[in-house]
Structures are given as structure tokens and as C-alpha cells.
Design a protein around this ligand. Structure first.
Ligand SMILES: Nc1ncnc2c1ncn2[C@@H]1O[C@H](COP(=O)(O)OP(=O)(O)OP(=O)(O)O)[C@@H](O)[C@H]1O
Length: 338
């Protein structure tokens, strides 16, 4: 359990003025982000993701609503207290925002200098942080000598310098290739698990949420459409995020390739190992032949989840589909005819 404070967003609204027009970037967003979790905020371009993350450390002042870190209401703080609170929040950016005239070590050192940490302590801390992000041997490199992934590692080390409670990451992997994205997500995951730092991660990529998040929220046109822990979203047939996260079932198979009288059924498995016993029971109890047409099983948010497309058939006639559906439901497997 993390010792850090949870984040509570209450009725958040943010309006921008554009000439004589008002743009509502966030509209009545309420959201709880558990401490110690990795929480993904998903949404299309313009959905309000960046505005939300900027409101979380009050880089943008909300038009209405509250941001609570534990029981501290950020908007109610005086400037000095707000500066102290901001030290509890590290920022990681899509384009790294490194100082080009400083080495990797000097970039990581910058927030410690601002905080007045004495030089010997600073050097020790910088070495420790560069080691943590796997760049101990590149301390003296200039940003121009580093790859995108290495720059982001420096960005993460810098964000951790002041020993924050949380990292706010705005599209931290959007500028990186797939392999480097995986490595940076692994680093964020290990930082989260080792240090207990809450990671709020803005992304428009489902793969990012699948890879590391414990929970997620979906923003649409400034409004929160849904949010929750991944296992709950995956188990909820009405959850759009849950449906997106599940592996796809196969496209329909041409009828000529199916056994005669076959009926197609799509199974959704949410945190169950029941596949084998279920398929066996369809054969044993109902005398059905089960042909696996496609699908996949993955581990997402600590759960095994999947979708499978089956053809059910029986020698001599059509299968008893209602009986098959009720047997599947008795095994807690969601099944719909296709
Ligand atoms: N400073 C600003 N002034 C006026 N309008 C703004 C400002 N910043 C954002 N907006 C508007 O607010 C809405 C939300 O923008 P925001 O950048 O938060 O979305 P986003 O989900 O992060 O998008 P993207 O993925 O493209 O970065 C958009 O309509 C945007 O045009």
C-alpha cells in the first residue's frame, strides 16, 4: 500500500477564452485516482487530457471544481504552500523538455538546485537517479548525444529528483518507437512499484493502458465518460474502455468453411481460467463439437482476459444453442451468438 495521498478531482470545469468565444475544455469531471496506482487517461485529440493534467498541478487554474491531494485542496493554498505541494508532483513531457546546454546529470540536478539541496547531496542523488533510470554511464552526455528513449529517461530522473508523490506524464511515449515505448513503460512501471509513486499517464494509445495501467478513465469532448480499475472495466459488458481493451475476436468466417449447421458464439473471458473446462463441458454434457475459429487471451491489469470465437456443431443436426449459452453462463463465461 502506498503511503502517498490519493488524488480526488471534484466537479472540475475549465473554460478558455478565445476572443469572444468560450471553449469548455473540461466539463464537470469527477475522478478518484488511487495512491500508488498507474492510472491512464485516454481520449482523442481535443478531449481535454492535457488540460486535465495541467489542472492537476494548477498550471491551469480550474474555472470551477476542486483538486484534492489527500485532504489538501490545491486551489485553496497560498503561493508558498502551493510551491511546496508542487514539489510532490513530478512532470514528464512528450518532448522531454530538457535543457540543451546542460548534461544529463545537470538536467537531473536542476530541480535540486532550485530546492537549495547542498552540492554533495545533489551529486549523490543525481548519481542514484541516473542509476535508477539505467543511465549511470551517460551522466556527462549532452541531450543532443542521447536517443529519444534516453532523453525520456533523463526526463523521468529529473521528475523524480524532488522525491515526489506522483508523476504526471503527458503522452510520455508518443514521440518514441514501439520498442522504446515498451522500455519507457517498463521503467515507469518499475518506478511505480519500487517507489510507490502514483503515475498519471495521459495517452491516446490503448496499448499503453494495456501494458501498464491499473486503472483508466476515458474523456470525450471534455466530459468523463467512464473510469475505474481495469479489472472492473474489463468485466463490465457496458464499458466502452473494457470492450476496447479486450483482445479482438476473429472476423466472421465464410459459411462454406464451417461445419454443417454450425452456430457461432463469441465468448468473453474476464479473469477466469475456465476456458478448458467450459469447452470440455460443451462436448461432454451437450455432445457438441467445438471448433475454435479465433480470438486471443492476454494479461491486462493483472487479469487474464480474452475473447474467443467458437463454432458449435453436432453430428446429425443443429446444436442446442440455448442450452450451450446457459451452460456457458453457469461457468461465468459471457457468451453471445454471432
Ligand atoms: N490555452 C488554450 N486556449 C484556448 N483553448 C484551449 C487552450 N488549451 C486547450 N484549448 C482547447 O481545449 C480543448 C481541450 O484541449 P486539450 O489540449 O486539453 O486536449 P487533449 O485531449 O490534450 O488534446 P491532444 O491529444 O491533441 O493534446 C480543445 O478544444 C483545445 O482547443
Amino acid at each position: 500500500m502506498s503511503q502517498h495521498a490519493p488524488i480526488r478531482i471534484e466537479g472540475l470545469r475549465k473554460e478558455y477564452r478565445q476572443g469572444d468565444r468560450t471553449v469548455v475544455a473540461l466539463d464537470d469531471v469527477s475522478l478518484d485516482i488511487p495512491s500508488g496506482s498507474i492510472f491512464g487517461i485516454l481520449g482523442h485529440s481535443g478531449a481535454g487530457k492535457t488540460t486535465l493534467i495541467r489542472c492537476l498541478n494548477l498550471l491551469e487554474r480550474p474555472t470551477a471544481g476542486r483538486i484534492l491531494l489527500g485532504d489538501v485542496d490545491l486551489a485553496a493554498l497560498d503561493p508558498a504552500a502551493l510551491r511546496r505541494q508542487r514539489r510532490r508532483i513530478g512532470m514528464v513531457f512528450q518532448h522531454f523538455h530538457l535543457l540543451h546546454a546542460r548534461t544529463a546529470a545537470a538536467n537531473v540536478s536542476a530541480p535540486l538546485e532550485i530546492a537549495g539541496v547542498p552540492a554533495p547531496e545533489r551529486r549523490r542523488r543525481v548519481a542514484e537517479l541516473l542509476d535508477l533510470v539505467g543511465l549511470a554511464d551517460r551522466a556527462d552526455a549532452w541531450p543532443s548525444q542521447l536517443s529519444g528513449g534516453q532523453k525520456q529517461r533523463v526526463g523521468i530522473a529529473r521528475a523524480l529528483a524532488a522525491d515526489p508523490d506522483m508523476l504526471l506524464c503527458d503522452e510520455p511515449t508518443s514521440a518514441l518507437d514501439t520498442e522504446t515505448t515498451g522500455q519507457i513503460l517498463e521503467l515507469l512501471h518499475s518506478v511505480n512499484r519500487r517507489l510507490g509513486v502514483t503515475v498519471v499517464l495521459i495517452t491516446h494509445e490503448l496499448a499503453v493502458v494495456k501494458a501498464v495501467c491499473d486503472g483508466a478513465a476515458l474523456l470525450e469532448a471534455g466530459r468523463l465518460r467512464e473510469s475505474g480499475p481495469l479489472p472492473a472495466l474489463l468485466a463490465d459488458p457496458a464499458s466502452r474502455l473494457g470492450q476496447w481493451l479486450l483482445p479482438p475476436a476473429q472476423e466472421p468466417v465464410p459459411a462454406g468453411e464451417l461445419p454443417p449447421h454450425a452456430r457461432l458464439v463469441e465468448l468473453t473471458l474476464a479473469d477466469t481460467l475456465a476456458t478448458g473446462p467450459v469447452l470440455g463441458a460443451l462436448a461432454r454434457e451437450l455432445g457438441l463439437d467445438v471448433t475454435l475459429l479465433g480470438g486471443g487471451i492476454e494479461r491486462i491489469g493483472g487479469c487474464r482476459v480474452g475473447r474467443l470465437l467458437l463454432a458449435l456443431s453436432r453430428a446429425g443436426g443443429p446444436p442446442d444453442l440455448p442450452a450451450a449459452l446457459s451452460l456457458l453462463s453457469a461457468h461465468k463465461v459471457r457468451a453471445v451468438p454471432r
